[in-house]
Design a protein around this ligand. Sequence first.
Ligand code: ZN
Length: 147
Amino acid sequence: MRAMFEGRIREGVVTGRLEKGDVLPDALLDVCREHGVRAGWLFAIGAVSSISITAYAQKGQRYLENVEVSGDIEILSLAGNVSLLDGEPFLHLHVVAAKEEDGQMQPIAGHLVRAEVFALEFLILPVSGVALERSYDELTGLKLWRR
Ligand code: ZN
């Protein structure tokens, strides 16, 4: 049975730019807190100087060891959502990026753990009229949006 949540794209779309040295996801979480975003979707492109990603091992029901990369990394697409975990805004972010190596762009992709921003342009689409709260899901071992 799918979980559906009906809401509206709220007025007050937030768009902006992070500064060199800002850290993800904290800097975007700060933006959400400042603008009272408790549910929504988030998109960004830009560049980072280091990135840490992971993936969820479905059989073991745990996140794999983080993969950490540093260098000239382009964020081709950062996408994710804002919801509540223990009553506080929480970001779930995925990323597709490319790192320059010997003149070639090598892909990196996964569940974002942390990144240090070089430059980043973002868009946050707040959703109103819906409460997206995470709680532990026994079937997957993840903290998912509860019905
Ligand atoms: Zn994820």
